[in-house]
Design a protein around this ligand. Sequence first.
Ligand SMILES: [Zn+2]
Length: 464
Amino acid sequence: MKEERILIEHGTIITLDKERRIIKNGAITVEGSEISYVGKMSGLRRSAGRERVINAEGKLVLPGFINTHTHLEYSGVDRGIADDLPLTVFLSKRLRPSEAVTRPEDIYVSTMLCCLEMIKTGTTCVCDTGGFHPASVAKAVEDAGMRATVAYGSMDIAPPERPLAGDQQASTEENLRRSESLIKKWHGAAGDRIRARCSIRVLPNVSEELIFGLNEIAQKYDVGVNAHLSDTEEVVEAAKRMRGCREIEYLDRLGVLGPRWMGVHMVWLSDDDVEIVRKRDMKVSHCPGGALHLGFGCTQAGKFVELVKKGVTVSLSQDSTTANNSLDMFRSMYLLSIHKDAKMDPTVFPPEKALEMATIDGAKALLWEDKIGSLEPGKKADIILVDTRRSNWVPMHDFSIVPNLVYSGDGADVDTVIIDGNVVMENRQIKTMDEHSILEKAQRASEEILKRADVRIHPRWRVE
Ligand SMILES: [Zn+2]
């Protein structure tokens, strides 16, 4: 119900506004789907009308996290099915076969479980990179009360080392038709809680014609483009064989790269690639968890410190639960510390930068920064309350508010979540779904998918 005003009082507010203000004993008011006041309790004007009061004493109040890359279609049903495998085996022997037999009703349950995990750990907006049934994803996002971007994951060619299963390979025209119809139906839906984008699933599986076609659609509807790019050395080598140069250079030669493009992973970039990304104002989605778990070479080859230094918008993401096994953005913020080790320099990626990447930079990457990513009057009310009266937070000083959040915080510390002005979780109780039923349905769906796909995985230790 949105007719009453929401007042969040006595909290420590991390605004992420332009001055990066942190306000102790602060208050926020929400009217409809928007924030109407952010400031000191002393500056608050009392409302004459009905008001729902949320006491934030002992809590941090901050913008909800923005996860700029995951795979909602299967993350809720394929967690853990491809651990500890090289990417090509991960894709061809586990993921693609199971995806091929995943039905729209499984996708709905998968997305609901992902939304449940994200809300419980403070994520309010997610960019789904897109699979084959994005309408089922969009419907679940709408029902779960999340904010998201959805896409159709386009693929129209299948070289021998990147085989596709079932009907995953459609014609170029069919791919374009599916992307455009998704945008027409879902871009701006649910009161603009859901937006649509174009998606190049992976470069080795798309033709030049499809790249041009998707870029044209993105321009026509003024939407973004996601693409998994340069995640492993192998895909960069494949691009050299197939296209005659590295992936980023190839896309730049086509003349398509620009501010609406977001490259996901972007681990194996050359210095020239970094310069192209900067010049074109291309956005980056960095998934440290996925890169570490899959052994992409992030600490060896990654140029994330250099990208940030050059002023490139680098956002933070989780990847799928098949790749990273968790959708908790606290984990990703902490994992940025891998770059301290890689560079043997503890000053890189300070916690304030990690928090920017998880909020306002994510909003920029999704072309949504005018509405989300910070707590300011006029912005959408996507707000989380994090309980700091827990053993992992004490002591906390003014100088350690953000460091404690990034280095000591945990998704389980998130207490209350508001999305688009709706309280979707309060005192860790989810309001938009039956939590127990979603857990049971996802477990059952996963078991059945593995059976249908005939994927047999044996435990390393005998289970009695
Ligand atoms: Zn991915």
